[in-house]
Design a protein around this ligand. Structure first.
Ligand SMILES: Cc1cc2nc3c(=O)[nH]c(=O)nc-3n(C[C@H](O)[C@H](O)[C@H](O)COP(=O)(O)OP(=O)(O)OC[C@H]3O[C@@H](n4cnc5c(N)ncnc54)[C@H](O)[C@@H]3O)c2cc1C
Length: 483
């Protein structure tokens, strides 16, 4: 099997590499290998009735499959160099922004028509934030919503499926450098495209069926690795085997805040997703808002078997709730001799799983009074939780420094959105944002091996849909000889 380009991972990075290559060099033979299922076969078994919490499926349909980790996300597409990654450090600020706009146009023309683009520039909120020691970061954001995001992905897949060979449920195991240039990827116990596309079980046993044809390796001239967060451990192994230098020292830890949507409505109506940074008085740490979901729901997220919290919201008016949720995160950077920042974040998340059997929820009023929340206190509160979490005490889970920063920020936000610090505001913990280690790449996002590119969140360079997608287009253009 020989391909001109093999792409590993069908998240936004991989998808937009494939898309751009088919546009600019339709004659190239391209394969995409993806550990998860096709889009329509991705189903998380949690139904809130029979299965209430994560059962650790072997292939997590939330994180893996066509569309990657963002497939069921809120689809907030942020066009900015201020957050979401450091792609601009490699390819330049203007190119990065141009590519993010280019991808936005593709999303809009594939089902995103009619979705709204918000912008922070020239808003009155910016001034109000500054007057209250808060900084509102600059961005334009298109809110696709979980439902439209899914439609867009489906349309892009339909356009690609006859031009690109997709191998689903086929995690790549190894990458070898071939003597005459190029790469060999290998995988075991896996299956061929056509069979898997039609036969992949929804969440059933991960065993091959009779109709599947086994094959073990494929060779290519150029290889694009785009394995995202779920592939972070594999990426680390590959870098270590191939002696590709990496560095890692950051993890973001915090909580998800849920409150009546009315409290944040002034902000969310104007800018939808406001990224606000606060510098704490006590420790001079930065606390920031992250992933704001107006009228949304709070959800579980499973990372390597550890249950953490996240949020969604929908464009469909029928799916909207009366609550808004967003994360408050504190970035922890570690210095020598400690290297395992993700391990630190995992340990804190494990602690909440140990105490609460999953995610813990606490009323802000209970937290500041130093007592746990109980099912009764949550029930009596004015905010109805959208996630079935265990009432508990987050001060037994989060380090004091992080918890103090979060409490300070809630009081600061209360000044621009009065009611944020109400007793009944709910805090879910923990939310952890893991960062992949950063791979050493040049200005082409190419490793020290010619033709081996690492893009998207798996490279540590991006942390968002927009930056990951833009990195995919950029590398595709490099390969097509256009940059
Ligand atoms: C619940 C949730 C909500 C989010 N909401 C937003 C949002 O609103 N806005 C935003 O900007 N970002 C959001 N994000 C982050 C965003 O989804 C990611 O930044 C983005 O998906 C990264 O794209 P990627 O292609 O680099 O990686 P991913 O999307 O993670 O895709 C990587 C793919 O590679 C596959 N893979 C991994 N290892 C292998 C292997 N060895 N072989 C083959 N395939 C492999 C995986 O199965 C996966 O499908 C959200 C994330 C989550 C989890």
């Amino acid at each position: 099997m020989f391909y001109d380009v093999i792409i590993i991972g069908a998240g936004p990075g991989g998808i937009f590499s494939a898309y751009e290559l088919t546009q600019k060099k339709p004659e190239l033979k391209i394969a995409v290998f993806e550990a998860g299922y096709p889009l329509e076969k991705r189903h998380c078994p949690i139904d809130g009735v029979k299965i209430k919490s994560c059962i650790n499926c072997k292939t997590c349909s939330i994180m893996k499959g066509f569309g990657g980790a963002g497939a069921f996300s809120d689809g907030k597409y942020n066009i900015t160099n201020d957050f979401g990654g450091t792609l601009y450090e490699h390819i330049g600020r203007k190119t990065a922004l141009d590519l993010m706009h280019y991808v936005d146009d593709i999303n809009v023309s594939h089902g995103g028509e009619g979705t709204r683009m918000y912008s922070t520039s020239g808003t009155a909120i910016k001034k109000t934030c500054l007057q209250n020691k808060l900084k509102l970061l600059d961005a334009s954001v298109r809110h696709l919503g979980t439902d439209i995001n899914y439609v867009v992905l489906g349309n892009i897949y339909n356009e690609l499926k006859d031009k690109v060979d997709f191998y689903f449920h086929t995690p790549i195991d190894r990458i070898e450098v071939l003597e005459d240039g190029g790469y060999r990827v290998s995988y075991h116990g896996t299956t061929k495209k056509a069979a898997v596309t039609h036969l992949a079980p929804e969440n059933g046993p991960d065993t091959p069926t009779e109709a599947e044809e086994e094959f073990e390796t494929a060779d290519c001239r150029s290889c694009i690795i785009s394995v995202g967060r779920s592939g972070s451990k594999w990426m680390e192994d590959i870098c270590s085997q191939m002696h590709i230098p990496t560095k890692s020292n950051r993890v973001d830890i915090g909580v998800r805040v849920e409150l009546p949507a009315l409290i944040f409505q002034d902000l969310t109506d104007q800018v939808y997703e406001s990224k606000i940074v606060y510098r704490t008085e006590k420790f001079e740490d930065n606390v920031r808002t992250f992933c704001m979901n107006p009228n949304g729901i709070v959800v579980n997220e499973n990372t390597n078997g550890i249950v953490t919290v996240n949020g969604h919201s929908f464009e469909d008016p029928e799916k909207k709730t009366e609550n808004t949720n967003f994360a408050l995160l504190v970035a922890k950077h570690f210095s020598e001799p400690f290297h395992d920042s993700n391990g630190y974040g995992e340990s804190i998340a494990r602690l909440s799983n140990m105490l609460g059997g999953g995610v813990i929820v606490q009323r802000f009023g209970d937290l500041v009074r130093g007592r746990r929340s109980t099912p009764q206190r949550i029930k009596e509160g004015l905010v109805t939780p959208t996630l079935n979490a265990t009432p508990g005490d987050l001060s037994l889970v989060l380090p004091k420094r992080i918890l103090d920063g979060i409490i300070e920020m809630i009081y600061a936000l209360d000044k621009i959105a009065p009611g944020t610090a109400n007793d009944d505001t709910l805090l879910y913990g923990v939310e952890v944002k893991f960062y992949n280690m950063e791979v050493q790449l040049d200005e082409n996002l190419e490793t020290k091996y010619k033709g081996l590119y690492i893009i998207g969140d798996g490279s540590g360079v991006t942390h968002s849909l927009s930056h990951a997608s833009a990195s995919g287009v950029y590398v595709a253009r490099r390969i097509a000889g256009m940059v």
